[in-house]
Design a protein around this ligand. Structure first.
Ligand code: ADP
Length: 483
C-alpha cells in the first residue's frame, strides 16, 4: 500500500463525499487510475486490474512507465512533462504495456489533469485496443504474405456485383494505386473477349455454398497479357437475400508458361517416339508370322508378348498426344450414327484379348447413338484398362449400359483397390494419380481420366464415379443419344 503524503491527501478528499465519482471509477469497464504529480499510482479500478493481471495493491504505489514498452517511454515521459510542468490540461497516446504474464496489452491512454484542494492529480483512462492491434498485425501479415505469393483476396456482393479487395488486388491488373471501386464489370473489362461470357455466366449461376474456379487471360494497364486464377466460395451474407462470393485471385502467368513449355516438350517427344515404335511393331508382326509358319511356338509366344507391350506403349503415347491436343482445343469430334451396344461389345472384346480378368457385359441389346464412335470407345477402353489395372487381385469387371430418356449411361465396375473420398474430386485432373501404395507400382501418366472427361465434356455428357477404398469403383459416363 502506498503510504506517502499524496495517498493520504487523496484518500481524505475522495472519501469525503465523492460517491458518484467513486461509483463510476469502480464500475466502468474502462481501465482507469488516479496518479499524483510525482506520477505514483494512487488508485486503480477493477478494469485496470483485469487489464494488467496484477492485484490492485501490486499496482498502487508504482508508476505506469514501470509497465510500458521501452519504445513508448520517451514519448510518454515528454507528454507527462508537458502536462505536469507546462500545464497542458491533458494528453493522449497509443502505447503498449506489459501484463503480469509478460504478454502485451495495447492501450489508448488519456490523462486529464485536475485540481482538488490545491493539489494536482491525474486521471487516466487506458482504453484496451489489443484486439484491434492484433487484428491490424494479422492483417499486415496477411497482406505481406499475399504480396509475396502474388495472391490477393476479394469479396463480391452477388446482388450488386461490387467488390471489396485486399491492398494488392488492383496491382495484379497493373495499377500502381488502388482504383476507387471495383466490380464484376471491372473483371470483365480486363479479360480477353473469349473469357468474358464464361466468367459472367459462372458468376450469375452461383448458389449459396458453391465453389467457384475460373482461369482467364487479362490485358493489364501496361499492355501485357497475363493469366489470372480466381477461386472462391459463396456465402449467405447479412440478410436472407444477400449472397457474397469470397475468394482469392492469383497471377498464374509463370505457371501457364511453364505448363506450355512442358506440353510442347511432351508433344515433341511423343511425336518422335511414334515413328520408331510403329516400325518396331510392324517388324515384330512380320517376325511373329514367320515364326508361327515355322511352328516355333516359344518364339511366336515371345513375339506376341512384345507386340502386346508395344500396343501398351502406343496407348501411352496416344494419351500424351491427346492431352496436348485437348489443351490447345485441337481435338476434333466426328458425328456419325452407330449402335452403342455394338461399340461396347467390340471395345470389350479388344481389351479381353489382353487380360485374364473376366469382362462381363450387361446391356440393352439395341441402343442407337449419334456421336463420335471412336472417341466414345476410347473412353470406355480407358475405363476398362483402369478397372483391370487397379484390381490386380480380383478377376471380374462388369460393364453395363442403359438408356434414360435421351441419354445413354454406361458404367464400368471393378472390385479393386478403390479411391479414397478425399482424392475423388481430383481424379479427372491432368497428371493426377492417387498416391497410395498400390498406385505406385502400377504404371501410368495420370492422363487417361483427364482425356476421358474432356472427350465426354465435348460430347455434352457427364462422367462420374462411386468408389469405396478396398471394395472397388464404378465409373459412369452418360452421353446424349444425339437424335
Ligand atoms: P493412370 O491410370 O495413368 O494413372 P488415369 O487418369 O486413368 O491415369 O487415372 C488417374 C488415377 O485415378 C490413377 O492413377 C488411379 O490413382 C485412379 N484410378 C483410376 N481408375 C481407378 C480405378 N478403377 N480404381 C482405383 N483407382 C483408379
Amino acid at each position: 500500500m502506498p503510504t506517502n503524503q499524496h495517498m493520504e491527501d487523496y484518500q481524505k478528499q475522495f472519501l469525503e463525499g465523492k460517491d458518484k465519482f467513486e461509483n463510476i471509477f469502480k464500475l466502468t469497464s474502462a481501465a482507469s487510475k488516479i496518479i499524483a504529480s510525482d506520477l505514483t499510482i494512487l488508485r486503480v479500478n477493477q478494469a485496470l486490474v483485469e487489464l494488467l493481471g496484477f492485484d490492485a495493491h501490486e499496482i498502487e504505489g508504482t508508476k505506469i512507465l514501470d509497465y510500458a514498452c521501452p519504445e513508448d517511454m520517451k514519448h510518454w515521459r515528454k507528454l507527462q512533462k508537458a502536462m505536469w510542468e507546462e500545464h497542458q490540461p491533458f494528453f493522449k497516446l497509443e502505447a503498449c504495456l506489459f501484463r503480469k504474464d509478460k504478454s502485451l496489452a495495447w492501450v489508448n491512454v488519456t490523462t486529464v489533469l485536475f485540481q482538488e484542494n490545491d493539489s494536482s492529480y491525474g486521471f487516466t483512462v487506458l482504453d484496451d485496443i489489443t484486439w484491434r492491434k492484433d487484428y491490424e498485425q494479422s492483417e499486415k501479415r496477411l497482406n505481406i504474405a499475399l504480396l509475396y505469393s502474388k495472391t490477393a483476396v476479394w469479396e463480391m456482393n452477388l446482388n450488386t456485383h461490387n467488390v471489396i479487395r485486399s491492398d494488392n488486388h488492383d496491382s495484379l491488373f497493373g495499377y500502381g494505386h488502388p482504383l476507387d471501386s471495383w466490380n464484376l464489370e471491372s473483371y470483365i473489362a480486363h479479360l480477353l473477349p473469349e473469357f468474358r461470357t464464361h466468367l459472367e455466366n459462372t458468376i450469375r449461376n452461383l448458389s449459396i455454398g458453391d465453389f467457384f474456379d475460373f482461369q482467364g487471360k487479362i490485358l493489364i494497364k501496361s499492355g501485357e497479357i497475363k493469366w489470372i486464377h480466381l477461386q472462391g466460395k459463396t456465402e449467405q451474407a447479412g440478410g436472407e437475400e444477400t449472397k457474397k462470393l469470397l475468394g482469392t485471385i492469383k497471377d498464374i502467368t509463370k505457371e501457364k508458361i511453364a505448363e506450355r513449355h512442358k506440353d510442347e516438350f511432351i508433344s515433341t517427344v511423343s511425336h518422335e517416339l511414334k515413328t520408331p515404335i510403329t516400325s518396331i511393331k510392324a517388324q515384330a508382326q512380320i517376325l511373329e508370322r514367320r515364326f508361327s509358319v515355322m511352328d516355333d511356338k516359344v518364339t511366336t509366344q515371345m513375339l506376341k508378348r512384345i507386340i502386346l507391350q508395344i500396343g501398351r506403349l502406343n496407348i501411352l503415347i496416344k494419351d500424351l498426344l491427346d492431352a496436348g491436343r485437348l489443351d490447345e482445343q485441337k481435338l476434333f469430334l466426328r458425328k456419325e450414327d452407330f449402335m452403342f451396344n455394338k461399340m461396347v461389345e467390340e471395345t470389350v472384346a479388344e481389351i479381353q484379348r489382353t487380360t485374364t480378368h473376366q469382362l462381363i457385359i450387361r446391356q440393352n441389346p439395341v441402343i442407337y447413338c449419334s456421336g463420335d464412335r471412336e472417341r466414345t470407345s476410347q473412353v470406355l477402353s480407358n475405363l476398362l484398362t483402369n478397372a483391370i489395372k487397379y484390381s490386380p487381385s480380383k478377376n471380374k469387371v462388369i460393364i453395363t449400359t442403359e438408356e434414360k430418356e435421351d441419354q445413354i449411361i454406361c458404367s464400368v465396375e471393378d472390385f479393386g483397390i478403390g479411391i479414397a473420398a478425399d482424392k475423388q474430386p481430383y481424379i479427372f485432373e491432368r497428371f493426377y494419380r492417387a498416391s497410395g501404395m498400390q498406385e505406385r507400382v502400377i504404371s501410368g501418366f495420370g492422363l487417361g481420366l483427364y482425356i476421358s472427361s474432356e472427350i465426354i465434356k465435348r460430347l455434352e455428357g457427364t462422367i462420374w464415379l462411386r468408389s469405396t477404398p478396398g471394395k472397388g469403383s464404378v465409373f459412369y459416363f452418360s452421353i446424349s443419344k444425339g437424335k
